[in-house]
Design a protein around this ligand. Structure first.
Ligand SMILES: [Cu+2]
Length: 96
């Protein structure tokens, strides 16, 4: 829990870029075991301010999220899925 809070705080401090740019991140999401899980994950991610698109694959156990990097951070996204019961980590981040 402490580690989680620490990484979130750190993410908030360093993620303040000068200009807004849509970012795409792929998250490896654990604990998705049935067809309802991706729906929960998608809902949790969609609720994060700044998120514009979410697609979740149960097969790959991954979520791909497009977000505004001024309004939110990868740390906030992984925290949102973790809070929903599905801990995740970023596996790929491509600037666009
Ligand atoms: Cu499920």
């Amino acid at each position: 829990m402490y580690k989680l809070l620490a990484s979130f705080t750190l993410g908030s401090l360093i993620a303040a870029p000068v200009w807004a740019a849509p970012q795409t991140v792929t998250l490896a999401v654990s604990k998705m075991t049935c067809a309802a899980c991706p729906i929960t994950v998608k809902k949790a991610l969609s609720r994060v301010p700044g998120v514009t698109a979410v697609s979740v694959s149960l097969e790959k156990k991954q979520a791909t999220v497009v977000f505004d990097d001024v309004q939110t951070t990868v740390a906030a996204l992984t925290r949102a899925t973790t809070d929903a019961g599905y801990p995740s980590t970023a596996v790929k981040r491509a600037a666009k």
